[in-house]
Design a binder for this molecule. Structure first.
Ligand SMILES: C[S@@+](CC[C@H](N)C(=O)[O-])C[C@H]1O[C@@H](n2cnc3c(N)ncnc32)[C@H](O)[C@@H]1O
Length: 242
């Protein structure tokens, strides 16, 4: 099956969203792959643009894949590996909540809705032209749970606000992830990262683990840190050998 990314229409349509100063040219496809891999149903994004469309593409593909799988049709992997526990769960609909107050002069967030409509991906998008600090006021409590949160808005103050506001929104059922952009090779990012590592080490974030990835060819906008909240079925031992 051709993925959305391989379609010419996709590559043409995303051109207006590419902003070289945002540095997400490799991050966006990485997020797409992480989402295909970890299957989050509810995704939250802080800072919209190119990444939004790759996230939507992954959610759209997962939606078709899971419809097939849950209808009892064939799966795209060895059926003997099937985890029945996953398929017995009630999963939420696939959705991306994306926050951007359009405050950045070079933002391409203002084009996300239009491009998503063109690519027929808008049914998976709830775009909030708001400050992310208002999230708890804007999204009803029963919907304030996310399997993957992507934070593309740096600066120490934002990192600390995001830690306080967003960590409590991470879901528990199959484990969840929060990913921060640009955490390495800059003072704010590294201060935040060390603060987080200390919290994990001191037991303030039980069951959390962290890894950072680095793009060595760039001096800025060159990294991300992925934090996993290990919960639910992601914590099981299912077999003796890998
Ligand atoms: C680094 S850019 C996001 C880049 C985007 N992910 C991409 O792939 O192109 C950060 C975005 O956050 C937005 N922003 C800045 N402050 C914000 C705030 N307090 N709440 C919501 N969005 C904000 C800016 O308008 C900008 O579009």
């Amino acid at each position: 099956m051709k993925t959305i990314l391989q379609q010419k229409d996709f590559l043409d349509s995303i051109k207006p969203l590419i902003s070289s100063s945002m540095g997400t040219e490799e991050m966006a496809p990485l997020l797409y792959s992480i989402i295909k891999f970890t299957r989050p149903h509810r995704v939250l994004e802080i800072g919209a643009g190119l990444t939004s469309i790759y996230i939507l593409a992954a959610l759209s593909e997962l939606s078709s894949i899971e419809k097939n799988e849950f209808d009892g049709n064939s799966v795209g992997y060895d059926p003997s590996l099937k985890n029945e526990e996953y398929y017995k769960m009630n999963h939420s609909n696939f959705i991306l909540h994306s926050f951007d107050n359009l405050g950045h002069p070079e933002t391409s967030a203002n084009k996300v809705l239009e491009v998503s409509k063109k690519l027929d991906l808008d049914k998976y998008l709830k775009f909030w032209n708001n400050d992310y600090l208002e999230i708890n006021k804007l999204i009803p409590e029963k919907e304030r749970s996310f399997d993957l949160i992507w934070c593309d808005l740096g600066g120490l103050n934002n990192y600390l606000n995001q830690r306080e506001i967003l960590f409590p929104l991470l879901s528990d059922k199959v484990g969840s992830y929060i990913i921060f952009h640009s955490t390495l090779s800059n003072v704010h990012g590294l201060a935040f990262l060390n603060h987080l590592k200390l919290s994990i080490y001191q037991g303030q974030l039980p069951g959390f683990e962290l890894v950072s990835l680095f793009e060595p060819q760039k001096k800025r906008q060159n990294s991300c840190t992925i934090i996993r909240k290990a919960r639910g079925i992601s914590n099981r031992i299912y077999s003796e050998r890998p």
